[in-house]
Design a protein around this ligand. Structure first.
Ligand SMILES: [Fe+2]
Length: 239
C-alpha cells in the first residue's frame, strides 16, 4: 500500500511538460551567464521543444554584473526570433536582482512577465538591505513579485518563507532543485515547499545543457510531487 505513494515516475515520460509555458530561462544569447551565442540558443530551444514546451519566456539577469539595457535585450530578442523557425512561442522579460539600482527601474524601465508579474531574485548568501521595502515598492508599482527559486536562498528560514507568502508574494520553483542539481540544501527545501503548497509557478532556469539535460532526463518524482507540479504548470499558462 505504502509503495504506491513512494513510487517515483519519470517526469519527462509523465507527459506533464507537454504544452508547458516556461517562465524562467537564460536562452537569450550574449547578455548574461546563460547562452553565449545564437547557435547555443538555438540548441537550447531545440531541447526545450524536445521535452514538450510550447512557450518560453526569456528572462536574462539584470544586475550590477549584467546591467543590460532593454534596447539591447530587444535587439538580441529580434535576432533570435529571426533565426529561430521552430514551434515555440518566444517572449521577452527579465529576472531582476533586487539590488541598490533595482528600484529606480520600477518607473517604467522593467520588462514584466505578462502584464503584471515581475521575476525577481536576491543573492544566494544574503538578503539585500531593506528587502521588505523593495518588495512593497514592486507591489506599489503595480506588479506582483514572483520570487525566483526561493529554495536556493541559504539565508532564508521557514519563518521567512511564511512571512513572504503572508504578504501575498509568489514563489517560483526551479524545476531542477528537486533533482539535487543545485546541491542537497535546495533539494530538501524545494521538496518541503512543494509539499506545503508554497509555490505558485515553476521554471527551468535553463542556462546550459551539459549537466541539465541528463539530470532532467532522469528526474523521477512521486505522484504527489507530479500532482503539485501540474498545478504550477497550469498557473504558468495563465501568467
Ligand atoms: Fe535565472
Amino acid at each position: 500500500m505504502f509503495g504506491i505513494f513512494k513510487s517515483k515516475y519519470n517526469l519527462i515520460n509523465s507527459g506533464l511538460m507537454k504544452g508547458m509555458t516556461d517562465i524562467h530561462s537564460h536562452v537569450l544569447p550574449g547578455v548574461d551567464d546563460g547562452s553565449p551565442d545564437i547557435n547555443t540558443s538555438l540548441s537550447l530551444l531545440r531541447y526545450m521543444e524536445s521535452i514538450g514546451l510550447r512557450e518560453v519566456w526569456l528572462t536574462p539577469h539584470i544586475m550590477e554584473d549584467y546591467p543590460t539595457l532593454n534596447k539591447k535585450l530587444q535587439q538580441q530578442f529580434d535576432v533570435l526570433k529571426a533565426a529561430y523557425s521552430g514551434p515555440l512561442n518566444l517572449r521577452l522579460s527579465s529576472e531582476y536582482m533586487m539590488d541598490a539600482a533595482f528600484t529606480n527601474k520600477l518607473d517604467g524601465e522593467v520588462l514584466p512577465l505578462g502584464s503584471s508579474h515581475l521575476l525577481v531574485e536576491t543573492s544566494y548568501m544574503y538578503p539585500p538591505p531593506g528587502l521588505p521595502d523593495i518588495l512593497m515598492k514592486i507591489w506599489n508599482a503595480g506588479y506582483q513579485p514572483v520570487i525566483a527559486h526561493p529554495e536556493r536562498y541559504l539565508y532564508m528560514e521557514e519563518k521567512d518563507y511564511l512571512l513572504l507568502k503572508e504578504k501575498g508574494y509568489s514563489f517560483q520553483l526551479n524545476l531542477m532543485s528537486l533533482s539535487g542539481y543545485y546541491g542537497p540544501h535546495p533539494k530538501v527545501v524545494s521538496e518541503k515547499l512543494l509539499k506545503q503548497k508554497m509555490y505558485d509557478f515553476v521554471g527551468t532556469d535553463l542556462h546550459h545543457l551539459e549537466r541539465y539535460r541528463p539530470m532532467l532526463d532522469q528526474l523521477r518524482l512521486t505522484r504527489r510531487q507530479l500532482e503539485a507540479l501540474e498545478g504550477l504548470i497550469a498557473n504558468n499558462a495563465r501568467i
